[in-house]
Write a protein that binds this ligand. Structure first.
Ligand code: AMP
Length: 288
């Protein structure tokens, strides 16, 4: 019998590896394919779209909720990151999630823990520069979660575009037997990308936040029309600062696969931005 607490909202929650493995073994014994969506909780419609897509690709879907301490620097928002387990479980029940995995922090990182998954290439620039520990923390926890859940398919959001490329890279480099699928960003009516961190915004900041995607769309339009890229990027940065953002960490056009500066081998472009609005750091990106 599983060491799990079945709840009235019908999504079973498991908290330890033995229970997780027993549940996944039971799925496998029935010949079911397993989809996986890793999250940090405080779920919104963007997360739910990933679950629904995973469900369309696989027989069952496992969602993890784990606020991963290894991907936060000491000055970042680990302590105040929103945690709402019951509300999350209720939302997951509405989209057919089969199992929620909520590992305890000491299960993921016991006191004797000496390993780190380090990715170069697409992990180096942008977020890698502004948040130096971030992708090692992400890659390490995603590697652990993949080994724990052993899914056939894992679904990630393009909202965190660089993260998606980093995960695809180490899955390919290290021959992990999982298919990584990316899904377009789910947005509010005014274009703001849904994010758990939007909850930090004041009412006024929330109004201003939509400006980020407006500026990205304007740059993309200029680039598509053959306009001056550097001028367009600088104008977007200036407009964000004028609107109340600051600092603007980057607004940049990159090779969509490598995240490096576009070059002769670039097949597709991605426009990415990160900017502070008050105490909240927002990121967004679009295809060009
Ligand atoms: P998080 O809980 O922020 O770590 O995100 C968990 C997963 O949800 C990641 O794959 C994110 O890229 C994805 N995600 C977050 N926000 C959105 C969004 N607005 N649209 C689509 N996917 C998203």
């Amino acid at each position: 019998m599983l060491n799990a607490d079945p709840i009235s909202d019908t999504v079973t929650r498991v908290r330890d590896l033995t229970a997780l493995r027993a549940a996944v073994r039971a799925f496998r014994a029935k010949g079911l394919s397993v989809g996986f969506v890793p999250t940090m909780g405080a779920l919104h419609a963007g997360h739910l779209a990933l679950v629904q897509h995973a469900k369309s690709l696989c027989d069952v879907v496992v969602v993890s909720i784990f606020v991963n301490p290894k991907q936060f620097a000491p000055h970042e928002d680990f302590g105040r990151y929103p945690r709402q387990e019951d509300a999350d479980a209720a939302l997951l029940a509405t989209v057919g999630c089969d199992l929620v995995y909520l590992p305890e922090a000491d299960l993921m990182y016991p006191s004797v823990f000496a390993s780190l998954v380090h990715v170069e290439g697409p992990a180096r620039p942008l977020e890698g520069e502004f948040r130096p520990q971030f992708f090692d923390g992400v890659a390490t926890v995603v590697m652990k979660l993949f080994n724990q859940v052993q899914p056939d398919v894992a679904v990630f959001g393009e909202k965190d575009y660089q993260q998606l490329q980093v995960v695809k890279t180490f899955v390919r480099d290290l021959d992990l037997p999982v298919k990584v699928v990316g899904l377009p960003t789910v947005r509010e009516a005014d274009g703001l990308a849904l994010s758990s961190r939007n909850a930090y915004l004041s009412a006024e900041e929330r109004q201003t936040a939509a400006r980020l995607i407006v500026e990205l769309n304007a740059v993309a339009e200029t680039v598509r029309n053959g306009g001056d890229r550097d001028v367009a990027l600088q104008t977007a940065t200036d407009n964000l600062l004028t609107a109340g953002f600051g600092p603007v960490d980057y607004v940049t056009l990159r090779d969509a696969d490598t995240l490096s500066e576009p070059g002769p081998d670039t097949r597709a472009l991605r426009l990415l931005a990160a900017a502070w609005l008050g105490k909240t750091r927002l990121i967004d990106n679009i295809a060009v």
